[in-house]
Design a protein around this ligand. Structure first.
Ligand code: ADP
Ligand code: MG
Length: 721
């Protein structure tokens, strides 16, 4: 009897097994059975041939119209077969295969697979594979499985019908398989048994049966994924952490007393949650999401001060030098006299705030390392430089990670391990990229989620307009005039471009032009429309110190003798950069950016008391998807609404990010975006299972499914790194 772990070679033979393996990594029976159909063709329902695109690998259902045997000049022959869907047609081209005439008689129907190419202005498949079908009229119309043909993800070497035949063979010899879904979950959610589901997805007896099988198999994926996350979480929770209690008369109290504003209700609530969790004996794992400017940093600083009050240190990891430097400036400003390095005349309760980045000079770095090791630095802010071996904390109690999606899981683990071998720090992750709950749960693994949804009072509105520079060049002229006016009124502006340098050698699609480059635009503006204002330039390839200098001059602003009024940059300013006096944001070739990115970049203005203006400059043609995207960004400033729109347009891989790509490849049926309720219910079930049986010893089949997900993810990760 065959079971799920039987090698496919024992069932389908060594030759087919070798192809299954090389094309789709299929080794055992389970791999093959979980190679689900991509879609189902109804027998007799011909594929719309007019919709086929050149270059596509297709499998189409069609009827043979004519067969022509033609002689070639050099004595060879070619066979031209026209197939049709009733309206459109497609040519099948063979060379020296006149024997195909008896197969491909006019009137026969079949599935034809190949790559669409063009010859003499006609679309054709050269040497296609095909499978002729029994006539639809001979098939019992009540027999759904007969009437519907599974079409599998296939390749040239492995056409869909070879896969189908292999699966038929496997199914006919398959014994009863053990079900990894606990019976309780199955009955609560009215799920089909695995035995039945694995048959039904390949040979559905009805549409209802097909849907039921898909639902059940989605659960397999969802539960395995959620058990992996629940185990991770369980493992992390089992570490001890030093409880960090708020002190009534410490640094935090002094900080609160000198805050120039009142915390919003949302900030107060999140702060309370964080305080409670950090007071516990196991580590906090919390994700704090909130729009740019919603006040996450203040919440994080309060958590850091709580840890400092209890004698520990807090580290803030930022993705870029610009952001680290800016956090450093913002935090030292917020702390005022509370930030010191034990200088004379400093506040009694003060603590050291230390910056550590890769581009610091040796002496400064040595001092920073010393302050970190001695505990002199209560708050440490840095980039990847914080992860290096020689960074050794005195007592690391809290790790704050800004814009987590820019860091890998291993990087977080490296920093977390610096708390010592016998305990873990509390972890607070901050992100300004709003994402739906389930996606966050999966993308960020085992984190609890808090959201700051209200903006602090006194924030100014941002108005956004789309500027059609090709259709209305005068509007672009007006953009530059507007910037000069803003500067004259004492404000500042950003101009963001998609690229640093133009890519001369880049292949362009028809009608496409090179993206506007910083190197080209900046001199034009400086010599032209922006000649009367002070312009600074910043991009990702500049040295850290140079970036800092420009940023500092921009922060200094118009009042300063060496201030910068207008900053022309790439998206290095995307996150966190905070200059309240900047009121205007111009984004060139805005159609080259994604929705979330535009929203993120736009958030750089409207941070002070003056209203913000964002101008999206584009040459995208009317009615193009790009134009629609820009119109959407212009129509709302609700980040969650835009995020949902963005997600609809992106593939899940981009959503999950680099570290989760292995997980993604294991999710064949379940969609992180669309199967929210399944994922949520599976999460509840997974937490219950892991709490009562962390080793899954009472759930051997589930344990195997989980292990195979982990192995898959690991293999995928190795492939990518
Ligand atoms: P985020 O980190 O979420 O982008 P920040 O914490 O940097 O937001 O806050 C943005 C700006 O708003 C900062 O200048 C900060 O000092 C200010 N801010 C934060 N909380 C409040 C509040 N409750 N009331 C008024 N201003 C606030
Ligand atoms: Mg911030």
């Amino acid at each position: 009897m065959t079971d799920l772990s039987t090698p496919v070679a024992e069932v389908v033979g060594a030759k087919t097994a070798a192809v299954l393996n090389s094309e789709f990594d299929i080794v055992v029976v389970e791999d093959l059975l979980r190679h689900y159909p991509r879609r189902y063709e109804q027998r007799g329902a011909l594929t719309d041939l007019a919709g086929l695109e050149i270059g596509d690998h297709v499998t189409v259902q069609a009827q043979v119209k004519s067969f022509k045997n033609l002689k070639n000049a050099k004595g060879g022959s070619r066979q031209e077969v026209i197939i049709s869907d009733g309206s459109g047609s497609l040519t099948l081209m063979f060379f020296n295969q006149h024997w195909r005439e008896k197969d491909l008689a006019p009137g026969r129907q079949g599935l034809f697979a190949g790559q669409v190419s063009v010859f003499n202005n006609k679309r054709q498949l050269t040497h296609p594979d095909y499978e002729l079908l029994t006539d639809a009229s001979e098939v019992n119309p009540d027999d759904y499985a007969e009437a519907f043909l599974p079409v599998y993800p296939a390749t040239k070497k492995l056409p869909t019908w070879t896969i189908e035949r292999s699966i038929d063979l496997v199914l006919s010899g398959l014994g009863t398989v053990e079900d990894p879904l606990p019976i309780g979950i199955r009955s609560t959610n009215k799920l089909m048994e695995l035995n039945q589901a694995l048959r039904a997805i390949h040979k559905p007896g009805s549409l209802e049966e097909l849907e039921a099988s898909r639902l059940r198999l989605k659960w397999d994926e969802a539960l395995a994924l959620q058990v992996v996350l629940a185990k991770q979480r369980h493992e992390e929770d089992s570490w001890p952490a030093v409880p960090r209690n708020e002190k009534p008369d410490g640094l935090l109290a002094a900080f609160d007393a000198r805050l120039p504003f009142k915390l919003t209700q949302g900030q107060i609530e999140v702060a309370k949650t964080i305080a409670d969790e950090m007071a516990a004996g196991h580590p906090m794992h919390r994700l704090l999401q909130g729009e740019v400017g919603s006040g996450k940093t203040v919440v994080a600083v309060r958590a850091m001060l709580t840890v400092v009050d209890s004698g520990g240190q807090a580290a803030l990891l930022a993705p870029t030098e610009v952001l680290a430097a800016q956090h450093y400036r913002a935090i030292t400003t917020l702390l005022g006299p509370l930030a010191d390095r034990g200088r004379l005349g400093s506040h009694d309760e003060g603590t050291g705030v230390t910056l550590l980045t890769g581009s610091m000079n040796t002496a400064t770095r040595r001092q920073a390392l010393l302050d970190i090791t001695s505990g002199q630095a209560g708050i440490v802010i840095g980039t990847h430089a914080l992860l290096e071996d020689r960074v050794d904390f005195f007592d690391l109690g809290l790790v704050v990670i800004d814009e987590q999606h820019r860091f890998g899981v291993e990087q977080r683990a490296t920093l977390v391990a610096k708390a010592g071998s016998d305990r873990r720090p509390h972890v607070l992750v901050m992100t300004a990229t709003p994402i739906p709950r389930t996606v966050a749960m999966t993308a960020f693994g085992a984190l609890d989620i808090s959201t700051l949804s209200e903006m602090p009072a006194g924030r100014s509105p941002i108005t956004t307009h789309v500027v059609l520079s090709a259709e209305k060049p005068s509007h672009l002229t007006r953009v530059w005039e507007r910037i000069v006016e803003e500067v004259a009124a004492g404000h500042q502006a950003y101009v963001v471009v998609p690229r640093i340098a133009s890519q001369e050698d880049k292949e362009l699609a028809p009608g496409q032009r090179q993206a506007i480059a910083l190197e080209d635009l900046a001199p034009q503006l400086i010599q032209g429309p922006l000649a009367s204002v002070r312009v600074g330039i910043m991009h990702g390839q500049m040295a850290g110190a140079d970036k800092d200098e420009v940023m500092q001059r921009f922060a200094n602003g118009p009042a300063h003798t060496d201030g910068v009024d207008v900053l022309i940059s790439t998206t290095v300013i995307e996150v966190g950069v905070d200059v309240a006096n900047a009121t205007t944001m111009v984004i060139m070739d805005a159609d080259r950016f994604g929705i979330s990115q535009l929203h993120q970049v736009r958030g750089r203005v409207g941070r002070g008391s003056a209203p913000g203006l964002c101008l999206l400059v584009t040459e995208a043609p009317p009615f193009s998807p790009a134009r629609e995207r820009l119109a959407a960004v212009a129509s709302t400033t609700d980040g969650f609404e835009l995020a949902a729109l963005d997600l609809e347009q992106r593939r899940e891989g981009d959503v999950l990010g680099r570290d989760q790509s292995g997980v993604r490849s294991s999710l064949k049926l379940v969609s992180i975006l669309r199967d929210e309720s399944i994922l949520e219910q599976a999460r509840i079930a997974a937490v219950e299972i892991v709490q009562s049986d962390p080793e899954l010893s009472a759930h051997p089949a589930l344990a195997r499914a989980v292990q195979s997900l982990i192995d898959n993810a690991r293999a995928e990760f190795v492939k990518k790194s």
